[in-house]
Design a protein around this ligand. Sequence first.
Ligand code: NI
Length: 197
Amino acid sequence: MKNPTRLAVLVAFAALGLGIIAAAAVLITGSPPQITATGGDIGGAFSLIDQKGRAVSDASLKGKPSIVFFGFTHCPEVCPTTLAEMSTVLDLLGGDADNVNTVFVSVDPECDTREMLGEYLTAFDPRIIGLTGTIEEINAVAKAYRVYFKKVALEGGDYTVDHTALVYLMDKEGKFVAPLPIAAGPEKAVDSIRKLL
Ligand code: NI
């Protein structure tokens, strides 16, 4: 009787110790491990145009939190899935959706003209701002957001674009907060956004 109880107490203390170590690790790094390397300096100045031809910059997005996703209109799966999830999040936000910038930045600007973006985005929430620019402008914004993208040739002359599929949650000042936990379900994502409103 006595020994199992002591063992249980020891196990409990060991678990508590591990918990403290894990908590300390988070405190020291200030963020979950997957974003420690880049968490402090994601985002920055950019200047692009939206699907209606309006200029959009980091400065014009300030005053509202933003969710920012990079992709391309010919993406077979990840982009349409993510844009559909972002649309669900906007639905759930209700009236607060107007107080959030929801941004889709093309990493295939040679194909994704503003007209192409405009047509593509009609399949999703109309509040999603599609952004494109010159290849130099897209390279610059991708670098600022630490987004990887690479055009890959496919058989038959077609191509695809490998790209980072993270959705960035930025605060009202344009500072990176965390990846939007959209994979955990739209409600979690909505909670994270509401905290910044
Ligand atoms: Ni994609």
